[in-house]
Write a protein that binds this ligand. Structure first.
Ligand code: XBP
Ligand code: MG
Length: 236
């Protein structure tokens, strides 16, 4: 039977991208004197590339190849990303990024059932820590027995590596777990690790195809505003 639920973070636990990560990238670019600014629509396209350093690199190679060919480009990417992480964690600590509807209630209910919780994300560990502390309190990170994040694996989502890393540390097989994801890249990662996956959507992902998901839901609902099941198939 089910023993653990493994959560993605960005887009799943909270809508972090548009008013969190995106703003932090833009602020870091502006501080560095770069003319790069990612609007909401462009950022939606750039989300196809998971990982902030990878996303900066991809953008520069396409839209500012002169900068991308600078000999110090790799150092620039690292410096920009470090600054972006600081700006993002400050935004989160200031309370600017709440959890999505029903997330807190769901986490509490799973804990009350005795289920084990874990995280599998491409984002930087500091970002996860900041989000959980800001929204669940100082003990929030400890609700999750294993937190797999960022560069602990070489290949980020859609590769299955981060889920396999988390499974190994939980000491569980895929059949013992359920994954919760919000994006096609995330779903590919969890399904390729062999884990049944529930999808919850947001403005950046609701148009995506979620073939293979156990079900697709709008969110986790709040009292008086139940979740909508957008697609799902009966499973035993
Ligand atoms: C999240 C990401 C991350 C964040 C930025 O994807 O792609 O890159 O946008 O985080 P997922 P960092 O929800 O599939 O894990 O800048 O810390 O990499
Ligand atoms: Mg996500």
């Amino acid at each position: 039977g089910l023993q653990a639920v493994i959560f993605d973070v960005d887009g799943t636990l909270a809508d972090t991208e548009r008013d969190g990560h995106r703003l932090a990238f833009n602020a870091a670019f502006a501080e560095a004197g770069l003319p790069w600014q990612w609007d909401v629509a462009l950022y939606g396209q750039l989300l196809a590339v998971t990982g902030g350093k990878e996303r900066i690199r991809y953008y520069a190679e396409r839209f500012d190849p002169l900068t991308a060919r600078r000999p110090d480009f790799s150092d620039l990417v690292l410096a920009l990303h470090q600054r972006k992480t600081r700006i993002y964690t400050e935004l989160v600590a200031a309370g600017r990024i709440p959890l999505r509807p029903g997330v807190r209630r769901l986490l509490e209910a799973l804990r009350a059932e005795g289920l084990r919780l874990a995280i599998a994300t491409t984002t930087t560990p500091d970002n996860v820590q900041a989000l959980l502390e800001a929204n669940l309190g100082p003990a929030g990170p400890a609700w999750f027995e294993v937190i797999g994040a960022g560069d602990v694996v070489a290949s980020k989502k859609p590769a299955p590596d981060i889920y396999l890393w988390v499974l190994e540390r939980l000491g569980l097989t895929p059949a013992d777990c359920l994954a919760v994801e919000d994006s096609e890249n995330g779903l590919r990662s969890s399904l390729d690790a062999g884990i049944a996956t529930l999808v919850t959507v947001n403005d950046y992902t609701r148009h995506q195809a979620f073939t293979g998901a156990v079900a697709v839901v709008s969110d986790f609902g709040e009292p008086g505003r139940p979740l909508q099941v957008l697609s799902g198939h009966a499973q035993g």
